[in-house]
Ligand binder design. Structure first.
Ligand code: NDP
Length: 326
């Protein structure tokens, strides 16, 4: 098996030298165990902040993969079946089944399995729960989402359209902006090239926003909060603009708009609604089959390119979900 380990804790933006590629010999699977071979691996923003709290130097990088069972001594996971495994950046793994999820039995043959790491997987569920459970979004409302061309954001905007909302999205390149328009976003702009973020947000929706799906945090958040309408709801999903900070940005502070507009702001983790995952994945799959949910991916080839794919995603190279094909 090949593994990527955290050689050194990240200090600011990750560097090549923070990672180390190792080779290890795996034993034969024992009774109850399976041998997994990674097919697609996910690179996600959470790996950056979680590296501090969940990993020590020398540990295998955390993460999920779609893997194929290639040897099995566990009848629940027959040879040839596909699973989602949270075993980190590894090509092969011996698993006793702990933490494995079989890919939906309803998975259509013609749909790439990599989507189980993206729009029909954790990021898609994040989008759905953030909108339905946290924002409790309603038809006719106006929705703002940032990192909008990414794995979560692109699904957020499309679900917003499915639900009959006006959707405004922001992303960091002109190519991403035109992608958002292709997806049916009502307004999209490049937050890096506008002269004033505040003005751009106001121009996109002069009446303000009912719901704000927050992926970025920091200065973006400060510009967006005052644009909320009365009783607006903010689903705090992520804060990617903060993840590589070496000194924390200022805050938290009480924004007066929170009070006078009676806003609701709630952080969430996708796992809170795990009991609904099966039904939710089927809904996402149905939307995809109906052509209402387009699922783009940014695929990097080769396990050896995991760090490059991860750092590229943090820099914004990806349109849609960033995955690595082994
Ligand atoms: P994306 O596919 O959106 O990739 C990350 C994107 O973030 C980049 O493409 C880039 O796009 C943008 N970005 C990077 N740096 C900055 C910055 N400084 N300011 C603004 N945008 C930046 O990732 P995901 O869809 O997987 O994740 C999106 C967010 O959702 C993250 O914050 C992540 O941590 C969070 N998340 C939270 C979960 C939860 O349970 N709460 C679960 C899953 C994800 P651009 O070119 O537009 O800048």
């Amino acid at each position: 098996a090949k593994t990527w380990t955290l050689r050194k804790h990240f200090d600011g933006f990750p560097k090549d030298s923070d990672f180390e590629l190792l080779v290890e010999q795996l034993p034969e699977p024992k009774d109850g165990e399976v041998l997994l071979e990674a097919v697609f691996l996910s690179v996600d923003p959470y790996m950056r902040p979680y590296s501090r709290v969940r990993m020590k130097e020398g540990d295998v990088m955390i993460g999920a993969q779609v893997a194929k069972v290639i040897q099995s001594k566990n009848p629940s996971y027959p040879v040839g079946s596909h699973v989602i495994a949270k075993h980190g950046w590894r090509t092969h793994t011996i698993s006793d089944g702990t933490g494995l999820t079989i890919v939906l039995s309803e998975w259509p043959q013609d749909v790439p399995m990599s989507l189980a790491l993206g729009a029909i997987g954790m990021p898609g569920l994040t989008a759905l729960y953030g909108l339905e459970e946290v924002c409790q979004i309603k038809p006719g409302e106006t929705l703002l989402v940032n990192a909008a061309a990414g794995a979560v954001g692109s699904v957020v905007g499309q679900i917003g359209k499915i639900k009959g909302c006006k959707v405004v999205g922001c992303a960091g390149t002109d190519a991403k902006v035109s992608y958002l328009k292709d997806l049916g976003f009502d307004h999209a702009f490049n937050y890096k090239t506008v002269s004033s973020l505040k003005e751009a947000l106001r121009a996109a929706s002069p009446d303000g926003y009912d719901c704000y799906f927050e992926n970025v945090g920091g200065p973006f958040s400060s510009a967006a909060l005052p644009q909320m309408k009365q009783f607006g709801r903010i689903a705090v999903c992520g804060g990617i603009s903060l993840y590589n900070d070496t000194t924390p940005q200022c805050g938290p502070y009480v924004h007066l708009d929170m009070i006078f507009k009676q806003l609701k702001m709630e952080g969430f983790l996708v796992g809170r609604w795990q009991h609904k995952d099966h039904e939710s994945l089927l809904r996402l799959l149905t939307w995809m089959k109906e052509g209402k949910l387009k699922c783009r991916e940014h695929v990097t080839a080769g396990f050896e390119n995991m760090p490059a794919a991860f750092m590229g995603m943090l820099k914004g190279d990806n349109i849609g979900k960033a995955v690595v094909k082994v």
